[in-house]
Design a protein around this ligand. Structure first.
Ligand code: FA5
Length: 337
């Protein structure tokens, strides 16, 4: 009997949850609470219970009846459009609110925005371009012909035809010069891809931020001043860097700028491969052949370019000891920024 009463209440609740109009509600009320309804049928069998059981089950039956009467009366008010009643049922102001999860910027994006602000203040514009690129813009236009050994230094994901996933943001140098000509000041942050094994400081997908400035009388002094501004925008303090000669067919002269590893303070770790230094930002004076490929008169104009390893810069700023964390999508990592 006890379980029958409970089942009755459960099926009333289930049916009420699906009620759409007042006629169905009236039929349901009749089915459960009517003179010949299911509750009354159950109550009729009270007389068959033992003397001990009768008072206990009788009390329970009355409670269930009262509950059902209240439930039906609330349902009637809701169906008839009694707004207050439906609000009372749906909203309990004493319950704690549901906290909305807020997303986080990837630390690389935070550093990218800081650099963008510094360059906007210096009169640069920000550009974007294709990640699926042709062999021409990624290599040939940058003075790296088909058989040039420099192609081997950037392991490439080749696609059908003469296409590839860009290996560096330098793919935009000639595109931008073709489109905007000289003078030009721009930075191009973006994702690049290399077909190489990963380790603590190498990923197959990472971010670079390219800078290109072309005008009359641009020299190495302009390049160094710009790189210093970039470093102080990100680190806001002195950091140890070193400049050494570097070879890239699209700059002459070319340099490599390394940063003293901030993960180990130069003592040696897996990020800097125990050397204490990390390659961060190759740069140089734009090769005349690149200017010409972009339709710019190399006798009148000169320029500098740099290709910052944005993901590595981010690692240095936040002392992240494995590059693969940055693209892992691991919320435990991302929530820290
Ligand atoms: C280049 O990609 C040149 N385009 C840079 C350049 C631009 C030179 C303009 C001159 C003028 P490189 O392959 O060294 O160069 O890569 C540039 C930076 O990207 C490196 O210093 C490093 O910080 C970063 N980098 C390179 N490979 C990886 C990798 N697998 N994972 C993470 N960062 C990388």
């Amino acid at each position: 009997m006890e379980s029958k009463l409970k089942n009755l209440k459960d099926s009333v609740l289930k049916d009420l949850a699906e009620i759409k109009d007042s006629q169905i509600l009236a039929d349901l009320k009749n089915k459960y609470l009517g003179r010949k309804g299911e509750l009354n049928e159950l109550l009729k069998s009270l007389k068959d219970l033992s003397v001990e059981e009768k008072p206990k089950i009788g009390k329970l039956a009355n409670e269930v009846k009262e509950e059902l009467v209240v439930l039906f009366s609330k349902a009637e008010k809701i169906i008839s459009g009694d707004k207050k009643e439906s609000e009372d049922l749906d909203f309990d102001p004493t319950l704690p609110g549901i906290k909305k999860e807020i997303g986080h910027l990837n630390p690389s994006t935070i550093v990218q925005y800081e650099i963008e602000d510094a360059f906007l203040a210096m009169g640069f514009s920000i550009y974007d371009g294709p990640q699926l690129e042709s062999d021409y813009y990624n290599f040939t236009a940058l003075n790296i012909p088909d058989d040039h050994p420099a192609r081997d230094t950037q392991d490439t994901f080749w696609l059908e035809g003469d296409n590839l996933l860009r290996t560096h943001t330098s793919n935009l140098q000639v595109r931008m010069l073709e489109k905007y000509g000289a003078p030009f000041r721009g930075i191009f942050p973006g994702r690049v891809f290399r077909y190489e094994a990963t380790d603590a400081s190498h990923d197959h997908t990472f971010y670079q931020l390219e800078g290109l400035m072309v005008d009359e009388d641009i020299n190495i002094g302009n390049l160094i001043a710009t790189m210093k501004t970039l470093l102080s925008a990100v680190f806001r303090r002195e950091v140890d860097v070193r400049l050494r000669p570097g070879f890239f067919p699209f700059v002459e002269p070319g340099f490599e700028m390394d940063i003293k590893c901030l993960v180990c303070s130069g003592d040696g770790c897996s990020v800097c491969k125990q050397s204490g230094w990390l390659e961060l930002m190759p740069c140089g004076m734009v090769h005349p052949k690149v200017l010409e490929a972009g339709g710019v008169d190399s006798k009148k104009y000169s320029g500098f370019a740099f290709g910052l390893g944005l993901t590595r810069m981010t690692m240095m700023k936040y002392r992240i000891n494995d590059i693969r964390l940055l693209e892992s999508g691991d919320l435990r990592f991302l929530k820290q920024f």
